[in-house]
Design a protein around this ligand. Sequence first.
Ligand SMILES: [Mn+2]
Length: 300
Amino acid sequence: MMQPSFPQFLGISSVSEDSADAILLPLPFEETVTYGQGTRGGPAAILAASLKLELFEEETLVDFETQPQLCTLPPVESTPGTPPPDYFAAIENVLRSRRGKFIVGLGGEHLVTYGTVLGLTDRLSELTIVHLDAHADLIDELEGKYWSHGTVLRRLWEKGCRLLQIGIRSLSASEHRLVQSGPRITTFFAHQLARRWEELIEQLRNLEGPVFLTLDVDALDPSIIPSTGTPQPNGLTWPQTMEILRALACSPKVEWLGADVVEFVPSPHPPGCDLTAARLVQKILAFRHCGQKQGAAAGS
Ligand SMILES: [Mn+2]
């Protein structure tokens, strides 16, 4: 097969989409950032850094040399000034025909999640979005904008999705009121995580039905990933993040449709960050594969 001109995740020669266990979709979209810029370059940096990762993943014993088989699609491109709904339509156009495959979107600003979720499923009232983020992203309008990285989870919640938010530590009073009293929202604030950790893991294990994971890299502590548009202190540790991924992947009643990693801003300072972001994507794929094998073994 002729290899495409953009890098494939982990440098593995792409298999055909039909035989792929998971599909990666680069989403270099950045139109509504309010602080640090550069998320447009996130997907390319993650793909480039992934070429430096080991194919063997020591925590799950997954060896990407054999399985899961991956296919990295061409980026969904946009020109500056592209209206968000046009970009969502472009993402949906790519994903609708690929439903049933495990999809990992590589952002891009957080707004891309809207197009990815709508592309993946029509069952929005059954869907749980596991939302790892420093910010609640539940503002009705941010700086007068209906479509914004700060409103994206609000827009998805309005569509009927259930939200399980983890690591939140920056939100407005009105968002806080919504979190406290709104239906279909459960929020584990960063300052509560130590005290409520067992409860969180229990909730992840008890999830049912279709689930999408959206991982804003600013959910992690800025000591782990400083290169993001709007960093906030007191984020998730790496082991906490891995435990969340494992709990989700091994949750017996979950139909895990896909994930995305968003808001990564490539920066040469420090250079390790691109690798860290690529590692997050690899971990999602590894845990998901490992969880599927366990599920198959339990069911046999
Ligand atoms: Mn966000």
